[in-house]
Design a protein around this ligand. Sequence first.
Ligand code: ZN
Length: 159
Amino acid sequence: MAVFWYLLRRMDDQPPMLPLLTIFLSGHDAPCPSCGYNLHGLLTSRCPECHQELHLTVGLVEPRMRLWLTAVVAMAFGAGFNFLLLVYIVLTANKASRLLDLFLIHNAVGLLVQGIGLVVLLRWGRHIRRSSVGVRFALCLLSALLTIVNVIILSNSTG
Ligand SMILES: [Zn+2]
């Protein structure tokens, strides 16, 4: 038991993950995540090119990005669509009419709703990516439906 504690204390005293990093890099080509320099055969924990500190990590094969990213793209498409139409309306403001006012209101509301949705998806992205497939799929579907409804409402408001 004393030997175990001695070894555990010795492991704590060593620089974190340095032996495993150098062992891994002695047999593998790996680019520096910062500058792309090939770290094969590296003997320290710093990149010789950009001098950034390095460590060995365990990563996910598939980092659960697909559904979240699809939701972000759908929401950004809707918000961007509204934003561009608002810019267009402002640029052609001299041709203002009642129809254009309605179109302006629909665009402003659409931009507000989809903009808030986009901020929520980006702000709580890490939390969303850790949620279940069902929750992520529902958010993805909600984003796509919001954008489709937004476009349908806009196409109806132009007559
Ligand atoms: Zn580097």
